[in-house]
Design a protein around this ligand. Sequence first.
Ligand code: PLP
Length: 460
Amino acid sequence: MITKEIQAQDSAHFIHPFTDHGDLATRGARVITKADGIYIWDSEGEKLFDAMSGLWCVNVGYGRKALAEAAYQQMMTLPFYNSFFQTTNVPAVKLATKLASLAPTVDGRSFEHVFYSSSGSESNDSNVRMVRRYWDLLGQPQRKVIISRHNAYHGSTMAGASLGGMSGMHAQGDLPIPNITHIEQPYFFENGKPGETADEFGLRAAGWLEAKILELGADKVAAFIAEPIQGAGGVIIPPVTYWPEIQRIVDKYGLLLISDEVICAFGRLGHWFAYEKFGYKPDLVTFAKAVTSGYIPLGGVMVGDRVAKVLIEKGGEFNHGYTYSGHPVACAVALANLEIMETEQLPQRVRGDIGAYFAKRYAELNDHPLVGMAETCGFVAGLVLVKNKHSKERFSEEDAVGMVCRRHCFTNGLIMRAVGDRMIIAPPLTLTHAEIDELMRLIRLALDLSLQELKAKGLL
Ligand SMILES: Cc1ncc(COP(=O)(O)O)c(C=O)c1O
């Protein structure tokens, strides 16, 4: 393959997501051509350790024949049929049944129903529709406002981007849409006060939800939406006190709770669903990505009994859905993917000794002069790059320190993502001890080279 030719066609015809095309045209896109296990290769033959699992999704790793075979068999049997007009298909039914069995019941609240989409963004649009319909059916149509958090990521459709709290996204296209508002995120490193413990901060951060509910009037608030751990925002791991206090507040005011687990479900935090890890009780759970390990698009919402009962018993026709809701091929691939996760006990691995080894090795990065705080939760990890470890002084935005580090990762065969001054990873759940060692060697190398470059530029 001639890289330059593909790059030229790419520039001429392909508008990429979240990309500055003027900039891209000057350097040419990296052309990814194949993948196996935890590695991807580009058109120049460079091999890269994919510590981001594609985009937080390839939880079982690349090159799984069982997933290709499941797709092939299903395409030859029934490649597509819709699930509108009182029809259904076997893989969609089997997957919904399987997901319902995997979603744990907390305090008698269970998930027996699934609504399908093809992505996380669509699923969150569906959440907005379901939440509003729920309150309308209960005779409380004034309950419209959904509270989210700054720096959250809930997708890129109009509703998804509005629910998200990324100011750069809101700045384009007149977002957020009405009746969506945001509170501050539980980022201890940034928002903790001097002398405050992480646990104290967790309670204070959850208190911002209560303050917002009181400001708006509880009878106006429909739901609170949050990621268990903010992924795209930079792997922001809340203190352990945060979620229980959020649950207390949500219960007190009767709001619906939406857990956006597009990143955190399917073993990423050591459980099938992340709410189990943190012990809270959502009414709706968004999923996508790793339900198929990214091999084919599929998303959806686990609809808890509280909402399902109202929609089904009182709702009549729900005027909402997608051509590909319950796509038979996507559902067949998801079933094969979940079977791999079960057979290889991937959630248990992350919860058990391999997760502990990953956490221990990652925590060692805290001794690096550039690292202000390095932390993990299951198989997501983040670290913040700082100018001064002791005073926790941060780099300015213009220093683009994350980009410096990311470049050294790339040139040394590692995919690690930069979010401002945070470096983050979400590796496949199949990592072995030796692969974790290799990952840590590559991260440390990138940090050392970044340190040298920042010193040479006089930024340290
Ligand atoms: C928490 C969360 N919600 C929603 C989305 C949007 O998913 P998609 O890109 O499949 O629309 C993402 C994507 O990264 C996500 O991380």
